[in-house]
Design a protein around this ligand. Structure first.
Ligand SMILES: NC(=O)c1ccc[n+]([C@@H]2O[C@H](COP(=O)([O-])OP(=O)(O)OC[C@H]3O[C@@H](n4cnc5c(N)ncnc54)[C@H](O)[C@@H]3O)[C@@H](O)[C@H]2O)c1
Length: 322
């Protein structure tokens, strides 16, 4: 018998590319049943290879009782995948028409109680739900890559989404050990990518101005504030920067850190600047190929996750160490 999280035992994962495969691996690790669908014939082997590669990390993070790759089924047709599903996680390519059509198709067959969540990074759920039957059960459940490791899920409702659906999506993601946040408004890029983008813009500006190399700008984050950001976000970080008086003092004594804002850049990504970035990254990485960098990143992510231990949202009582 598969596990039950907030009434969900079986998840349909529609689209088994990079994100769908990672979601599938995570759902399986929580002891859920997963039916994945993808029209590309080669996707099944991609999905199975992805899960095999991710499984040792998931074992280290702690599998739920009953978690097994045997609970995975693969089909080509999304309509077959959703049969008997309690929750749908959609991960097809980022094309509005394709997703609207799919939502319409899925909605016509799924009972009203089944939530349909989209992983979309940039399309508004208000558009995706526009032709779906019972659009009140459509939400955005935006993960961070790779979803089998990163806990954050951004949950957003569209104009037609019910509050109950948002609450149920939050409850499900929380129950499986994710760290969902609720966005009260649809906004391009959601929250985390906007924050990343603000930092990226300034990183590019600093390079364009010749202030530091690509490698040194990266070090300024990864060996500096980035270490703190795994523990607390910008608000709490500056609350502590205010000393005993916390955020109140930070506002009064340091002007809320706003003095620098007028100095920040807004670079134009010219072809010349793009070449400097590409060259800088090549110098920074040397001979190390991307799969190796990704492996190193994931191993360090897990180590950080483990170190943070008690702060993680993973429910301890369901975990067994693999
Ligand atoms: N890649 C990221 O870093 C990232 C992060 C968060 C969210 N997302 C979002 O996740 C979604 C998927 O992105 P990805 O990077 O995994 O893309 P991808 O191209 O790797 O995978 C998409 C998969 O969907 C399949 N597909 C196409 N039409 C389909 C259909 N009708 N039914 C079922 N499967 C279908 C494709 O064959 C492909 O395997 C996008 O909406 C994207 O915005 C991506």
């Amino acid at each position: 018998m598969s596990r039950d999280y907030a009434g969900v035992r079986r998840v349909a994962v529609i689209g088994a590319g990079t994100i769908g495969s990672s979601w599938a691996a995570y759902f399986l690790s929580r002891g859920l049943e997963v039916i994945a669908s993808d029209p590309k014939p080669e996707s099944e082997s991609f999905l199975r290879r992805y899960i095999t590669a991710a499984w040792p990390s998931l074992e280290r993070l702690g599998l739920a009782a009953g978690a097994s790759v045997e609970r995975l089924r693969f089909v080509r047709d999304p309509m077959t995948a959703i049969e008997g599903a309690d929750f749908v996680q959609e991960n097809i390519p980022e094309r509005e028409k394709l997703k609207i059509d799919l939502f319409e198709q899925l909605g016509s067959a799924l009972p009203i109680k089944v939530l349909i969540a989209s992983s979309s990074s940039g399309l508004p759920i208000s558009r995706l739900q526009s032709r779906c039957r019972f659009p009140e059960r459509c939400v955005l459940g935006h993960p961070f890559n790779p979803p089998h490791i990163i806990p954050l899920v951004e949950v957003v409702g569209g104009v037609l989404t019910s509050r109950a659906a948002v609450a149920r999506a939050m409850a499900f993601y929380r129950a499986i050990g994710k760290r969902p946040i609720h966005l009260r408004k649809e906004v391009k890029g959601h929250v985390a990518n906007r924050l990343q983008s603000a930092l990226w813009r300034e990183a590019v500006h600093l390079l364009a101005e010749g202030v530091a190399s690509v490698a040194d700008i990266d070090t300024a984050i990864s060996h500096g504030p980035g270490l703190r950001w795994a523990i607390m976000g910008p608000y709490l970080t500056f609350h502590l920067a205010g000393g005993e008086g916390g955020m109140r003092q930070f506002m009064h004594h340091f002007g809320g850190g706003a003095k620098l804002w007028s100095q920040l850049g807004s670079p134009v990504l010219t072809p010349k600047l793009q070449r400097s970035i590409i060259q800088g990254v090549a110098e920074e990485t040397g001979e190390r190929p991307i799969p190796q960098l990704a492996k190193e990143r994931d191993a360090s992510l897990i180590a950080i996750y483990e170190a943070l231990g008690r702060n993680s949202s993973r429910p301890d009582e369901t975990s067994i160490k693999g």
